[in-house]
Each structure stands twice: as structure tokens, then as C-alpha cells.
Design a protein around this ligand. Structure first.
Ligand code: ATP
Ligand code: MG
Length: 406
């Protein structure tokens, strides 16, 4: 199989490192042909705290994916969490170059380059530039101006900047695992690709990804990302509370949470006595699902209240006509969607990728990344005939990366 037909994503989460191999068909549909998952041991709250352990997790996940597809993986698209990310709106203006005044890909590329000129502190770098709309001779709302005729081409772009140090550590781990980086994708944008429909993104919806160590809240409207915020809380908090409350190990608390956890005590039907060992492993105790739910409920409630505060700060709490979509591992727990509905006073659904083998909210980021990579190639910034060429900003990140590390 030719290598250029594959897009490989890597989601380095607090709970797991996930590698997903997507095969791109002629008609630009995607098949998910390989998955590799390895428990993530070097991250806390979405931030790398141990390089060696992270490298090890990356290697294990890659090896698993390689075995599945029987292809050597040398490079990946890397997901970055929204912590330390700033979204800046900026404009770019150029004169259309051609004598016939027909707008070409090159004009679009130039106007996007023009929009990237912003004052930035030295510790920040541009991760991505997303054109929100193009304006041709004053006519706005244009999504793809290529082929139109005009004199003056403007773009309203959103520039995504990130703190160099946090991205640098992430990239360093990937590099140490002997992988190259094809590009960097913001997790929120990746999630938006698989978890939200075009209508939801157009009307206005919030996407809440509750993972192991982070909860990422992003708001989409008018077709694009409007704002995002990351909270350093997630499923690990729930596990911790269970471990403390039931005086058991983190490992057992995690298993109890997954097997018996519910976010609402009102959903508990079973009165079964569940056996647990205490921390020493000697004494055994029993606990009911009701007790487990009474530990989980306040914690999940707290996470959602914090998310509510963020939405309020962003000014979108009462402005989400398309409701709220949940994804990430914690969204699989029974009752989380109902609780979120109550706290946010909005309709709530849980989203997962609709592909065999990755049908779970824990794969939304990884699968979304593949979709995002494909879609950004469809953007007018890259020429359609060079289907899978790396777009300019990706190449730039790559260059910057090698400048630092070589
Ligand atoms: N069926 C389930 N019920 C309840 N919780 C679950 C379930 N499956 C996974 N989780 C929890 O989801 C969390 C992991 O989610 P996910 O894999 O999305 O996180 P991550 O992407 O690795 O981390 P992060 O995005 O926070 O860096 C863990 O806390 C795990 O216990
Ligand atoms: Mg995650």
C-alpha cells in the first residue's frame, strides 16, 4: 500500500496514548484500518510530567498499530490540547494578482499569509490559521473564493497560538520515539470534525470533552471554532474520590467506576453487594452501586458546574441553539448526559466516531484529527491536485521543530 494513502493521528491523552491509522480512499472517504492504545503514564492533567514514560507509551501504542496494519509508522499528526492556547482574530488584505482578476489558490495563500502578521510575545507560536470568511471587493461571507473575479481579496482569519514550551515537550517525546511530525492539530478542532454536524457548528453548539485529566470546552458557531477553555479536571478526579471514599487502591477504584459507576444515584437499580479490597489488600469490604453513585454524582456535578462557568465567561451559556455535545471517556458513564442537561439547562448528546473498531467517545480526538487533516487539504490554501501534500503551516511547524532540535 502506498504510504501517501495513510493519515496517522496520535492523541497523547492523560489516560491513554492513541494512534489511529486512517486510509484515504479515492473519493476522500476514510477507512480506519489500525488502532494502537497504550496507557499513558507520563502525563498529569494533560501536561507531560515524565518524558521517558511518555516516550515509552508512544512507542507501545505505535507498535500495536503497526502490528495491526503491517506498515511501519514513521510520522504522525499530533493532537494538542487547548491549554495555553489563544485564539486571535485578524484580517489580511491583498490585491488579486492575475490580469484577468480571477482569484487563484496563490492569491488565497497570499491573503492568509498576510493575516498572520500579528504582534506576538516571543514565547508563543502560531499553530494554525483558520480562514473564517473571505471578502471579495466588499462582498463578505465567502467560504471559497477561488475562481471568483475581483480586485481586492480580504480574509477574516482566526490565528491559533500556543505556548512554545508545552508544545515543544510534546514534540520532543514524539521525536524521541523516532517519529516525525506531519503536523499539529488542535484537539478541539479534531473533536469538532467527528462530534458535531455541520448544522450544529453553524447554529452554535458547545463541545465538552471530559477525559482522564482534562475537560476541554469548545464553542462552535457560524461553521467554526469560536472559543475554547481547558479545565484541569476529569475522570481521574472521580477515581480518586472513589479510592478515598472506599479506602481502596486507585486501580480498584478505576475498575469499580468503569464497571459499576453511575453519575446519578436515581439511576441505580441494583442492590448487589460489590466486593472491594482495602488498600493493604487483606481486608475485604462490600459496597452497593448506590454508595458508589453517591461518591461520583457530586464530582461529576462539580466538573459540569465548572464547565458552565467557562461557558458563562465566554458569553455562550444562553446562546447555544444546537445544544451541548459530550465526548471523551467520562461521557460513557451512565447519567453524565442527564446530569449535564440539568446543570447546563440545554439538550445534551454523547458523540462518538461512527467507524467499526473506534466506536467510542475516547476515539473522537484521534479520528477527528484524520478528518481535520483531510479537510484542511480541501481548504483553498492547498492545491487540490496535490491531494495529500502537507499544508504550509504544517511544514512550517515541522521546520521550526527541526530548527530547535537538530
Ligand atoms: N465506561 C466508562 N465509564 C466511566 N468512565 C470511563 C469509562 N471509560 C473510560 N472512562 C474514563 O474516562 C477517562 C479517560 O478518558 P479519555 O480516554 O477520553 O482521556 P484522555 O484523552 O486520555 O485524557 P485527557 O484528554 O484528559 O488528557 C478516564 O478517567 C476513564 O476512567
Ligand atoms: Mg483526550
Amino acid at each position: 500500500m502506498a504510504k501517501r494513502d495513510l493519515v496517522i493521528s496520535m492523541d497523547i491523552g492523560t489516560s491513554n496514548v492513541r494512534v489511529i491509522v486512517g486510509e484515504v480512499n479515492q473519493d476522500r472517504t476514510i477507512n480506519i484500518i489500525g488502532v494502537g492504545t497504550s496507557p499513558s503514564k507520563g502525563l498529569r492533567k494533560g501536561v507531560i510530567v515524565d518524558l521517558d514514560k511518555t516516550v515509552q507509551s508512544i512507542t507501545e501504542a505505535v507498535e500495536e498499530a503497526e502490528r495491526m496494519v503491517n506498515v511501519e509508522i514513521n510520522s504522525v499528526f499530533l493532537g494538542v490540547v487547548g491549554t495555553h492556547i489563544t485564539l486571535i482574530n485578524n484580517k489580511g488584505v491583498v490585491a488579486v494578482a492575475g490580469e484577468d482578476k480571477e482569484i487563484t489558490y496563490e492569491d488565497v495563500e497570499r491573503v492568509i499569509q498576510a493575516s498572520r502578521v500579528i504582534a506576538m510575545p516571543p514565547d508563543r507560536e502560531i499553530i494554525d490559521i483558520i480562514p473564517r470568511q473571505f471578502i471579495v471587493d466588499g462582498y463578505d461571507g465567502i467560504r471559497d473564493p477561488v475562481g471568483m473575479v475581483g480586485v481586492r481579496l480580504e480574509v477574516d482569519a482566526m490565528i491559533i497560538t500556543g505556548a512554545i514550551t508545552s508544545i515543544r515537550n510534546l514534540m520532543r517525546c514524539v521525536n524521541r520515539a523516532e517519529l516525525e511530525i506531519d503536523g499539529v492539530v488542535l484537539n478541539a478542532l479534531a473533536n469538532g470534525e467527528v462530534s458535531l454536524t455541520d448544522d450544529q457548528k453553524e447554529l452554535g453548539a458547545a463541545l465538552i470533552d471530559i477525559g482522564g485529566g482534562t475537560t476541554e470546552i469548545s464553542v462552535f458557531q457560524q461553521g467554526g471554532l469560536k472559543d475554547l477553555s481547558v479545565l484541569p479536571v476529569g475522570g481521574d478526579y472521580i477515581t480518586n474520590d472513589i479510592a478515598v471514599g472506599l479506602r481502596t487502591t486507585i486501580e480498584q477504584a478505576e475498575a469499580i467506576k468503569i464497571d459499576h459507576g453511575k453519575a446519578l444515584t436515581s439511576l441505580v437499580e441494583s442492590e448487589e453487594e460489590i466486593e472491594i479490597k482495602n488498600v493493604g489488600g487483606k481486608e475485604k469490604n462490600t459496597v452497593t452501586e448506590n454508595i458508589i453513585a453517591s461518591i461520583i454524582e457530586p464530582r461529576v456535578q462539580e466538573i459540569i458546574y465548572l464547565a458552565r462557568e467557562e461557558l458563562e465567561k465566554m458569553g455562550y451559556l444562553k446562546a447555544l441553539p444546537a445544544g451541548v455535545v459530550l465526548t471523551g471517556g467520562v461521557s460513557m458513564m451512565k447519567g453524565v448526559a442527564e446530569l449535564t442537561e440539568e446543570v447546563l439547562e440545554s439538550s445534551v448528546q454523547v458523540a462518538q466516531p461512527e467507524y467499526i473498531g473506534v466506536k467510542s467517545p475516547v476515539y473522537s480526538t484521534g479520528v477527528g484529527m484524520i478528518h481535520y487533516v483531510l479537510k484542511s487539504h480541501m481548504l483553498p490554501t492547498s492545491k487540490k491536485e496535490t491531494k495529500l501534500a502537507v499544508p504550509q503551516f504544517f511544514t512550517r511547524i515541522k521546520n521550526w521543530f527541526f530548527e530547535i532540535f537538530e
